[in-house]
Every structure is written in structure tokens, then in C-alpha cells.
Design a protein around this ligand. Structure first.
Ligand SMILES: NC(=O)c1ccc[n+]([C@@H]2O[C@H](COP(=O)([O-])OP(=O)(O)OC[C@H]3O[C@@H](n4cnc5c(N)ncnc54)[C@H](O)[C@@H]3O)[C@@H](O)[C@H]2O)c1
Length: 297
């Protein structure tokens, strides 16, 4: 039951998603921004992908949860309800991405949104001198090749329809150096680059493509990596460390902030936005401070 205390009397309408004031001077309407849309989200079994799947469904979409983790993916889809379907998918395997796209079309008749979100951290040494190139190839295969293949197969079904929206998860580490190991940073720079490199062609077919680059968010992804750097520190304290790195006073980056950016870019609100990298970082990558030291007499 919705209870709102205010000076004007509120009447709850019979509609599921709206209420109106008794004077009818204005109405507050929960607009379902993705009504009837069909989305595939890779890496949606947990973290940012799961949060985005929940948000898309709340806004009227049907979502294919595509993830390499079978049990977790299944549990996530059950938790998200009847508008979510889990399809096992390893993004390093092109045929898996092809199949998940075809599954969306055969089950729901179309694919409107492809969110290439799956990605892994890499616990390689910080110095370029110590870079393990086998590890580099492995992470590139997931974070970069997986995104390329996702875009390729989404475009395959979107081009004939002349519409669609593709999203990819980059990172602030792809915008600035020094925030992660060269391997991970390189993969995320590539994601931002891929988006720019295909925007022109996709524009000609009415398909928008954008990247979202989040700041650090305490998900399994970042917490597992932090555990290695700070053994013995409790997960809630590791999360606090991540939150404390925020430059924006009174706010920190949560999965919902990234999901909100994805919802905006996937919706008609962003109908003229393509080829962009939307950085969700509370201003972090926009400035550096000059820390003048005092003159020593
Ligand atoms: N958490 C952060 O601090 C942060 C910051 C910036 C960008 N990102 C990016 O956000 C994206 C989502 O990460 P998250 O933080 O939600 O982490 P997460 O670990 O919670 O989610 C990542 C998901 O990707 C899936 N996945 C991994 N390898 C896969 C593969 N080969 N095929 C299919 N699925 C696979 C995992 O099973 C997992 O469900 C990643 O691309 C990550 O690089 C994360």
C-alpha cells in the first residue's frame, strides 16, 4: 500500500504504475522506459549485470541472463522472475554468443538491446616488465574479444531491422592509466575503442552503440582482487576502502548507478546518443589536484 503524506490529497489510481492528485493538476507517472523491449546482458549472473537486468525488467523489458556461471545464472534468473531467462554463455566462445542472440530472437521475436558487460579482473603483477602474456591473452579473450563477438552477433540481427541499442562495459581504468595493471587497463581501453570504431557503420543502420565506464564498485569482481592485495581484511572493510576512494563528497559508486546509466542509454531518452563513453565516476577522471608542497627553508 502506497502511503504519501503531503498537503494535497493523493488518490491511488487503479493503474499499476501511476497515481494522481485529486486536483488532477499534475500526475506522477512511473514510466516504464523499456516496455516490450528484449535485452541480452552478458555477465548478468551477478554484480552490475544482475542489477541492470533487474532494472530493465522493472522498466518492462524481457532479459536474457547470459553468463558462464550456470548455477548462479539460473538462481539469478529465478530471482528476477518470469521476464528473465538464463542461457549459459562463455563470451570467449563466439558460437555461444551467436546462440544467445538467436535464442533471444526465437523466444521473443527480436533483440532490441545487447549489453556486453561480462568481464574479469586480472591479478597480474603491476609492472609491465613482469607482464604474463599468456594471462594477457586470456583476459583479452574475455574482456575484448568477447565484446567484439557480442557486437558482431547483435549487429547481425539488428541490421536487418534497422534499429537496436548496444552497450558495453568499459572502466575508468580504460580512460586513465595507473588505476590498474596494464593488462586490465588495456582491455578496457580497447572496449572504449571498439565502440568508437563501429559507431559509424552502425549509425547507417539506425543502431546506437555506447560504452559505460564505471568507477570501482564493490562487487565480487573487485572484492576478490582486493582480498589478494589486503589479505585478512574483512569484505565490508574492503568495500569501505573502495567507497572511500570516491572523490565526490557524500556519494560512492554502486551497481545501481551503472544500471541507471545503462537504462538511460538503452531508453528513448538517449535516442540521439551514440558512440559515447559515459563515465560513471563522480568526477574522478576529470581532474587532478595540484598538491603544492611547502617550501622548505
Ligand atoms: N566492479 C568494479 O569495480 C568495476 C569497475 C569498472 C568496470 N567493471 C566491469 O564491469 C563488468 C561487470 O563486473 P562486476 O563488477 O559486475 O563483476 P561480477 O564479477 O559481479 O560480474 C561479472 C560477471 O561476468 C561473468 N563472466 C566472467 N567471465 C565470463 C565469460 N567468459 N563469459 C560469460 N560471463 C562471464 C561472471 O560469471 C560474473 O557473473 C566487467 O566488465 C568489469 O570489468 C567493474
Amino acid at each position: 500500500m502506497l502511503r504519501i503524506r503531503s498537503r494535497c490529497r493523493i488518490i491511488i489510481s487503479t493503474s499499476r504504475s501511476s497515481f494522481q492528485t485529486s486536483t488532477n493538476k499534475f500526475s506522477t507517472h512511473f514510466e516504464r522506459k523499456l516496455e516490450g523491449k528484449v535485452a541480452v546482458i552478458t555477465g548478468a549472473a551477478s554484480g552490475i549485470g544482475k542489477e541492470t537486468a533487474a532494472k530493465f525488467i522493472k522498466h518492462g523489458a524481457k532479459v536474457i541472463v547470459a553468463d558462464i556461471q550456470r548455477q548462479l545464472g539460473q538462481e539469478t534468473a529465478s530471482e528476477l522472475g518470469e521476464n528473465a531467462t538464463f542461457v549459459p554463455c562463455d563470451v570467449t566462445n563466439e558460437s555461444h554468443l551467436s546462440e544467445v542472440v538467436d535464442f533471444a530472437v526465437s523466444k521473443h521475436g527480436q533483440l532490441d538491446i545487447m549489453y556486453n558487460n561480462a568481464g574479469v579482473a586480472c591479478r597480474t603483477p603491476l609492472s609491465i616488465v613482469d607482464t604474463d602474456l599468456a594471462q594477457f591473452d586470456r583476459v583479452m579473450a574475455i574482456n575484448v574479444r568477447g565484446v567484439m563477438a557480442g557486437i558482431k552477433h547483435a549487429a547481425r540481427v539488428m541490421i536487418p531491422r534497422g534499429s537496436g541499442c548496444i552497450l558495453c562495459t568499459g572502466s575508468v581504468t580504460g580512460v586513465m592509466g595507473g588505476l590498474a595493471q596494464p593488462t586490465y587497463s588495456t582491455t578496457k581501453s580497447c572496449v572504449i575503442g571498439i565502440v568508437r570504431s563501429v559507431t559509424g557503420e552502425l549509425c547507417k543502420h539506425g543502431i546506437r552503440i555506447n560504452c559505460i565506464s564505471p568507477f570501482a564498485v564493490p562487487t565480487a569482481f573487485s572484492l576478490d582482487e582486493m582480498k589478494e592485495y589486503f589479505p585478512g581484511v574483512e569484505p565490508q572493510d574492503l568495500a569501505k576502502m573502495i567507497y572511500n576512494a570516491s572523490e565526490l563528497k557524500g556519494a560512492y559508486c554502486e551497481p545501481t548507478d551503472v544500471a541507471n546509466a545503462a537504462l538511460f542509454l538503452a531508453s528513448a531518452d538517449a535516442k540521439f546518443i551514440s558512440g559515447q563513453n559515459l563515465v560513471v565516476d563522480g568526477g574522478f577522471t576529470s581532474f587532478k589536484s595540484l598538491n603544492f608542497s611547502h617550501l622548505v627553508q
